[in-house]
Design a protein around this ligand. Structure first.
Ligand code: COA
Ligand code: MG
Length: 287
């Protein structure tokens, strides 16, 4: 079973911070998001754009994937950001506050799909309610939850169980899975709180997300660990595949393993887990 390259850890870095951008070439992340949008102050927008284009031209980020988050088309910087992004041709252009499929289609139509895909920030009420149409837009590769913006719009409380965000997270995930896209969870703001961060990674993983967006290098290792299958999970996956194979050889359509039924679909899940582990191991050997 072929699965996509891992996207366990996806680190934002303000493109105004040259030191951070250069560090990106050595950090053990699966992907980077060079940000021109909310992490950059208005008087630094032009500098950030110039620096992002320069480091992308220099390259040296592989095997990490690199996305460039541009400002929205309605802002004073959006049009120039888009032209710069199309020229720089990162692995992905991340569009903020996407609310319609047309926004994606318009940018995707101008990208060479072999080089540059479109990613969409899902972070407004309107965007999440249109998640299904947005996910179906040709050229889209990933949906990225913007939980801070969503919480602002919802006027909800910041709760450690994220109950107020659950519907939004799941709308995003449903749409992403419908369309076979990568689904990335939002950021954890208290970047020095490792325990809270781990819990939130586990929550995102259990919901079905492929990985987490990060704001600080100190978060990378935990995200890489939590979003990878662990030893017990791998052992269980191998046992599942074996039990089913043995049952099938004996002429049965289902197997029983540790008191639980094993059907074809469980084998499919197990095979996906094994394929994810293989993709992670290939990624780590490439680093
Ligand atoms: N990417 C790359 N490197 C980063 C980084 C990031 N997002 N955040 C911190 N670093 C680097 C720092 O440059 C510093 O490097 P150095 O030791 O070589 O100087 C090192 O990690 C330690 O940084 P630290 O002092 O712990 O953090 P800070 O107080 O300087 O910065 C933040 C904290 C939150 C301001 C910073 O992490 C940041 O800007 N994060 C990204 C925010 C963002 O992009 N938001 C938009 C999406 S929500
Ligand atoms: Mg946002």
């Amino acid at each position: 079973m072929a699965v996509a390259a891992p996207h366990r850890s996806v680190l934002y870095m303000p493109a105004s911070n040259l030191r951070a951008l250069e560090k990106g070439r050595t950090l053990p992340v699966d992907a980077l998001i060079l940000d021109l949008e909310d992490a950059v102050a208005p008087d630094q927008k032009a500098l950030a754009r110039t620096q992002a284009v320069a480091v992308l031209a220099e390259g040296g980020f592989a095997p990490r994937r690199v996305a460039l988050r541009i400002n929205g088309p309605e802002t004073p910087w959006g049009a120039e950001d888009l032209e710069a992004a199309l020229t720089a041709a990162p692995d992905a252009i991340l569009l903020p506050k996407v609310e319609t499929a047309e926004t994606v289609v318009r940018v995707a139509a101008r990208c060479d799909a072999a080089k540059t895909r479109v990613w969409a920030m899902m972070e407004t009420a309107r965007g999440l309610l249109a998640a299904r149409e947005i996910a179906a837009a040709p050229g889209l590769e990933a949906m990225v939850m913007g939980t801070n913006d969503l919480a602002r719009e919802l006027q909800c409380r910041d709760r450690s169980d994220r109950r107020p965000l659950l519907t939004g997270l799941q709308l995003c995930l449903l749409a992403a899975r419908m369309a076979g896209l990568i689904a990335l969870d939002g950021v954890y703001n208290a970047f020095r709180d490792a325990e809270g961060f781990r819990r939130e990674c586990e929550d995102g993983r259990d919901l079905g997300f492929d990985g987490k967006t990060l704001i600080h290098p100190g978060q990378i290792e935990i995200a890489n660990t939590v979003f990878a299958p662990d030893i017990e999970e791998l052992a269980a996956a191998r046992d599942t595949v074996r039990a089913f194979r043995e049952a099938k050889a004996a002429g049965a359509g289902v197997a029983v393993l540790n008191g639980r039924i094993v059907e074809n679909l469980h084998v499919e899940i197990a095979e996906r887990t094994l394929a994810r582990a293989a993709a992670i191991s290939a990624r780590e050997q490439a680093a």
